[in-house]
Design a protein around this ligand. Structure first.
Ligand code: CDP
Ligand code: ZN
Length: 165
């Protein structure tokens, strides 16, 4: 098998509202801020977008199918969901080659946490931090993200699937 065989890309997206009274959890870490992301789980839009991108690339059910919005998943840690997805990828022989993510947030600033975020996301999916990148971007004050009503994440991944025997 050559290195370029069985490659598959996946695209993930997620958005959650910013609300008072919640901690801001992104990529499995807490970022100091006066608001946090609302949601059925901990609202970690970054991990959710990575999970969806990986699930797509690896032909797994999407995040809502794997972790339905029922009581069992209420306030469930997204890190736990990420570990479960990493386990499923390992079982079906899919290797994560690259993860690239954009956190689109008018506030707070993501730059100071880039290294911490890449290390945390990498640990969640059991990959080398060198295979993960995370950067921040505003929406230039346009639309709901620009009005600080939420945070959006976009993620692309590259995986290598097990060769068909
Ligand atoms: O300057 P331009 O409008 O193209 O971009 P921006 O959205 O203002 O972001 C400029 C830079 O700020 C980004 O390239 C990031 O380095 C940083 N940034 C950040 O760290 N965290 C955010 N939530 C938004 C932007
Ligand atoms: Zn989500």
């Amino acid at each position: 098998m050559t290195r370029t065989e069985n490659l598959s890309i996946g695209l993930g997206f997620d958005v959650h509202p910013l609300v008072h009274g919640r901690s801001l959890i992104l990529g499995g870490i807490e970022i100091p801020f006066d608001r946090g992301l609302d949601g059925h789980s901990d609202g970690d839009a970054l991990l959710h977008a990575v999970i969806d991108a990986l699930a797509s690339a690896a032909d797994l059910p999407d995040i809502g199918e794997m972790f339905p919005g029922d009581d069992e998943n209420l306030d469930r840690s997204s890190v736990e969901m990420a570990h479960e997805v990493a386990r499923r990828l390992a079982v079906n022989g899919t290797k994560i080659l690259s993860v690239d993510a954009i956190v689109i947030a008018q506030v707070p600033r993501i730059s100071p946490y880039r290294q911490q975020l890449r290390e945390s996301v990498a640990a969640c999916f059991d990959v080398d931090p060198g295979r993960v990148n995370v950067k921040g971007k505003t929406f230039d004050h346009l639309g709901p993200i620009g009005r600080e009503e939420g945070i959006e994440c976009r993620v692309v991944v590259l995986v290598q699937k097990r060769a068909a025997s």
